[in-house]
Design a protein around this ligand. Structure first.
Ligand SMILES: C[S@@+](CC[C@H](N)C(=O)[O-])C[C@H]1O[C@@H](n2cnc3c(N)ncnc32)[C@H](O)[C@@H]1O
Length: 347
């Protein structure tokens, strides 16, 4: 399973609550664990904890032969018998060995061999994923139905790392949040702490007109190249809704306080906040906006954690927000670094 190093302690606590386990291998951003608890992976996925976001059940652990390195890994992969071999993709999750083959090298080699063996390969839309971690002279192998993996297990980090983030890494955080929390909607989105504009772009490309609030500049050139219309408005003048009529993203260039007056909050259909300020100040900022927002409107915010006592940050944030918001979900998503993402609903 993949983990964010900063949250390692919390990850361990979360898994232990599901079942006792032992760490078999530990890398910087993932670990291989062993548990006698039945269906630990299923349980973790069902419970949808906060910290564990990506779990790949392992079915076999095999020794790798140094002289027949590629052959022996291929054999280990082929030995795992799926229910049906339909449109398969091989994914080497990580190679932690000094044999000179990258994950990509191995994926290409195995893909070619599978085709040679008459197996139906489908890299873009596979039905079955055959995956492995190579660690020194051992390989850990699993297989799964793609739909089920996507629902519960599949590592969205790799999925999105390959997709094109138009503005930057932050954009991937909101994609993951929309996916993970099953969000979709339309209307007006208010994006606090919007610069350089990753979240705003994502929202504008997914059904929203966006009011982006930040003292800093958005990446106007990139936004234009993505064929989105962006306008800038001074925080003290004008009203955002009429400004929005002529563009996809309206950038109010001011701090969040300065923007309050320009926005008719009753018209806001989604509030998002990725401001890099202390968790308590960020939660208090949310309350300034929520006061006039409609009941049932969803909100997303990242909770920045300076130290590792994450539970404390989350508890304090929830307490402040509870005045106006129901906390629907909290997740540390793959692109969250020292932060968690919260899904809220205006009460
Ligand atoms: C992590 S960045 C946001 C990245 C953005 N979500 C994206 O996708 O590109 C945090 C932003 O919060 C902004 N910020 C910090 N304090 C703020 C405040 N008081 N009012 C508005 N924005 C603020 C910063 O200027 C910075 O651009």
């Amino acid at each position: 399973m993949f983990v964010t190093p900063f949250f390692e302690r919390s990850v361990n606590d979360e898994i232990r609550r599901a079942a006792p386990f032992k760490v078999v291998k530990k890398s910087v951003n993932y670990m291989i664990i062993e548990s006698k608890g039945k269906n630990l992976a299923q349980k973790l996925c069902k419970d949808k904890g906060v910290f564990v976001y990506s779990i790949f059940p392992i079915l076999a652990r095999r020794k790798v032969d140094k002289r027949r390195y590629v052959d022996s890994i291929y054999k280990a992969l082929m030995d795992v018998k799926p229910k049906k071999w339909a449109d398969i993709k091989i994914e080497i999750l990580d190679v932690n060995s000094k044999q000179g083959f990258s994950a990509k090298d191995l994926e290409v080699k195995f893909g070619e061999r599978m085709e040679g063996d008459g197996l139906s390969i489908n890299i873009l839309r596979p039905q079955t994923l055959l995956y492995s971690v190579i660690w020194d002279m051992e390989c850990f192998v699993g297989i799964g139905d793609m739909k089920q993996l996507e629902k519960g297990f599949l590592d969205p980090f790799r999925h999105y790392a390959r997709a094109n983030a138009g503005i930057g890494r932050a954009e991937l955080k909101i994609r993951e949040a929309f996916d993970d929390f099953g969000l979709h909607g339309r209307g007006i989105a208010l994006d606090l702490g919007a610069a350089p504009g990753g979240w705003s772009v994502f929202l504008a490309q997914n059904g929203y007109k966006v009011i982006a609030v930040d003292n800093g500049d958005l990446a106007y050139g990139k936004i234009k190249r993505l064929e989105l219309r962006c306008r800038i408005m001074d925080g003290k003048k004008g009203d955002a809704e009429s400004g929005l009529k002529r563009c996809d993203i309206l950038h109010i260039r001011s701090g969040f306080d300065g923007a309050l007056r320009s926005i008719d909050l009753k018209k806001v259909d989604l509030l998002v906040n990725d401001m890099n300020i202390r968790h308590n100040l960020s939660a208090e900022a949310m309350l300034k906006f929520s006061k006039k927002m409609r009941k049932g409107v969803p909100a997303l915010m990242t909770v920045k954690c300076v130290r590792r006592s994450v539970d404390r940050y989350l508890a304090q944030t929830k307490k402040i927000l509870s005045k106006d918001f129901e906390v629907v979900g909290v997740r540390v998503l793959p692109h969250n670094r020292q932060e968690a993402t919260m899904l809220l609903l205006r009460k």
